[in-house]
Design a protein around this ligand. Structure first.
Ligand SMILES: Nc1ncnc2c1ncn2[C@@H]1O[C@H](COP(=O)(O)OP(=O)(O)O)[C@@H](O)[C@H]1O
Ligand SMILES: [Mg+2]
Length: 383
């Protein structure tokens, strides 16, 4: 540890100027970090938070002081070559009630929220709250939305970093950029949201990758290890099987957000439809069945198409089964030819869910007899 920095630290303490003292702690921790002593840096930062919590009452403690506005002395990190900003600061307006989730997932998230809310209480006892969370699952199933909802629950800003852009454009700079992002976050009470996380956290034995990616993963590991408790790290990936095992181990929990189950679909349909057209009546049960296999994002666009149709066609209050079937078919067969097996499968799904052959004939202009014949030919009728 540099003696000059330690002297400055003691001077700052003796002067009684809290800001100067905090600054000196950070300079000392930064210096240790630069030398590769991440653990020492972490201990220094957390010792400061710990000391503060013991010396003053909780409401006045440093983590609650760590608002974004009072900490904005550090400029927004930029890429050296492109001068583009590496992250975006967002203030989410959504909370967990805006996300449709299976009960088990919701209670796991509520547990994380309550730990994060008790951060000062836990730190006071020298206990670290969970602050590294990984979201996995297919696209459109609510990873970004849920991350925002967590920040909304905690009333903290989100530093949003989309990593695939960062890596593909400026490969040589990636490690430096990652360091800049973590440096920016470390003195703030903030969520650091790393989206498309697999872009930088891929397995290091991937033979197709350059040595650069290996260095990037190492940098990421170092930064995650030295990250202080006030930063809430949330990462999201559609390809969790690609992640490096060492990275996996750094997370306190990983949550899989899969295609929505019926209760989630019902919540989403009601929300997306009634927030636009509260005076209408729709057949929720049929819609829940027809949205089987769709992601949340697909359900949203289907329900929006349905609401648009109602308004454009001047439909008042009741939407017929035929109209629902028509919009559903459009949405689900966008790039499929009428002669294909998949088109028949889509029609058969409608039939199986109570849409009559006559209605299907009206929608598609394919005669009932032909439909019957083709269902048999594709062996669909045996199911
Ligand atoms: N579980 C969900 N509950 C409510 N809305 C959802 C859910 N999943 C997806 N959506 C809708 O789809 C949109 C896209 O979801 P997003 O969070 O961006 O998915 P991902 O990040 O997993 O690709 C959301 O903004 C929301 O409107
Ligand atoms: Mg996303």
């Amino acid at each position: 540890m540099k003696s000059g920095l330690v002297v400055k630290l003691i001077e700052a303490h003796s002067s009684g100027n809290e800001d100067a003292f905090k600054n000196a702690v950070n300079i000392l921790a930064d210096d240790e970090e630069k030398k590769g002593n991440s653990t020492t840096a972490l201990l220094l930062r957390n010792a400061y938070i710990y000391k503060k919590n013991h010396s003053i009452n909780l409401a006045d403690s440093p983590i609650s002081e760590m608002s974004f506005s009072t900490q904005s002395s550090i400029p927004m990190p930029k890429d050296k070559d492109s001068t583009l900003e590496l992250l975006e600061i967002l203030t989410p307006k959504v909370t967990l009630k805006d996300v449709a989730l299976p009960e088990k997932t919701l209670s796991a998230l509520e547990q994380i929220v309550s730990e994060q809310k008790s951060i000062e209480l836990l730190m006071n006892k020298g206990i670290f709250p969970s602050n590294r969370l990984l979201f996995c699952g297919p696209p459109g199933c609510g990873k970004t939305l849920t991350a925002n909802a967590l920040a909304g629950e905690l009333n903290i800003p989100v530093a949003y970093v989309k990593l695939d852009g960062l890596v593909s454009s400026y490969l040589g700079q990636t490690g430096t950029n990652i360091r800049k992002i973590f440096d920016f976050a470390k003195n703030k009470r903030i969520m650091l949201f790393l989206d498309e996380f697999d872009a930088i956290a891929k397995k290091r034995d991937d033979t197709n990758e350059l040595g650069e990616l290996k260095r990037v993963v190492t940098t990421l590991l170092q930064n995650m290890d030295s990250m202080p408790a006030n930063v809430f790290l949330v990462a999201a990936t559609n390809h969790h099987h690609l992640l490096d095992p060492a990275i996996w181990r750094r997370f306190n929990s990983s949550i899989l957000l899969e295609l929505p189950i019926p209760t989630q679909r019902q919540q989403m349909i009601e929300k997306f439809f009634y927030e636009k057209l509260p005076e209408y009546k729709i057949d929720i049960k049929t819609l829940v069945i027809l949205t089987d296999g769709m992601s949340g994002a697909e359900i949203q666009s289907f329900i929006q198409a349905l609401a648009k149709h109602c308004v454009m066609e001047g439909i008042k209050k009741n939407i017929s089964q035929k109209q629902i079937a028509e919009i559903w078919l459009q949405q689900n067969t966008l790039f499929i030819s009428e002669n294909s097996e998949d088109f028949m499968k889509a029609l058969y799904k409608l039939k199986k869910n109570g849409v009559s052959l006559r209605t299907l004939e009206e929608i598609t202009s394919i005669p009932k007899s032909t439909l019957n014949y083709r269902f048999k030919k594709e062996n669909l009728d045996d199911e």
